[in-house]
Design a protein around this ligand. Structure first.
Ligand SMILES: [Zn+2]
Length: 272
């Protein structure tokens, strides 16, 4: 990876790499389950880790050993199915690497059973790999969960997996990411648009919203009718409406929201 990425004015650049843009359907051509990377100052921040995300990112030329943190929105297979392979690949790349490595990758889970499952599946002995690359395991809770490297991630619970018995135990979250004066919202899976309200307090430069459980019209109408301050709107985690008829769905989206809308595709990158 060449030096820190700056735009023409010398501002720091945030890049988003879409690795998988499909909801939890049976296999679809050219689309894998949900995962994306936010690249900032040579570091990689993962949001969800659907099937083969490590494979896709590596072949896109991203240096997986620059991974700083992985944030999991909820413990469903279309969001964590690629995680064992990602960790296995990190282990492989670490063993091939000749340069000294940074020591810890932060992993954020709404349910620690995800980690315990990974430990068993990968036969991990402790939280440190062969050459010293280790993992710091964190539980996702409401509020700021990450504030390092000039980047902040806040979590807001949602009702995708219902109400837990204990309020400490929410299982599904949406994320706000703040870096380089940009505000990016990653919806994860959620039940109603109202659940995202706490994330709209200030202007959002990019809203990435799932359509596996929502229609394009529902999302666009909500944002327009409630005058939400959203710069760009990107749909991810596509359900069958977009998978089957993207042109028709895009027409609907543009009619309601205007031209600042896109449907993310696998392997697509976006610079903010
Ligand atoms: Zn999903």
């Amino acid at each position: 990876m060449s030096g820190k990425k700056l735009d023409k004015e010398g501002e720091k650049v945030v890049e988003i790499h879409f690795l998988g843009t499909c909801s939890g359907t049976e296999p679809q051509p050219n689309r894998r389950h949900t995962a994306l990377i936010l690249e900032y100052q040579e570091k990689l921040f993962w949001f969800d880790a659907g099937e083969s995300c490590g494979y896709t990112a590596h072949l896109l030329g991203l240096d997986l050993l620059q991974t700083e943190a992985v944030f999991v929105s909820h413990p469903h297979m279309d969001h964590i199915g690629g995680l064992p392979h990602l960790i296995w690949t990190l282990k492989k790349l670490e063993s091939l690497s000749k340069v000294p490595l940074r020591t810890e990758i932060d992993l954020y889970f709404p349910d620690l059973n995800i980690w315990y499952g990974l430990e068993k599946m990968l036969f991990l002995k402790g939280r440190t790999l062969k050459n010293g690359l280790g993992f710091c395991i964190n539980l996702v809770t409401d509020g700021v969960i990450y504030a390092k490297n000039d980047l902040m991630v806040s979590a807001v619970h949602n009702l995708h997996l219902g109400k837990p018995e204990s309020k400490e135990n929410w299982q599904s979250f949406s994320f706000l990411i703040e870096a380089a004066d940009k505000r990016i919202v990653y919806s994860g899976d959620f039940k109603t648009m109202r659940e995202l309200e706490p994330l709209f307090v200030n202007e959002v430069d990019l809203l990435l919203v799932e359509t596996g459980h929502h229609s394009v019209e529902e999302v666009c109408n909500y944002l327009v009718e409630n005058q939400k301050p959203v710069g760009q709107l990107g749909f991810i985690h596509h359900g069958r409406a977009i998978l089957n008829n993207p042109e028709e769905e895009m027409k609907k989206a543009k009619t309601i929201f205007g031209s600042r809308v896109f449907f993310a595709d696998d392997k697509m990158s976006l610079t903010l």
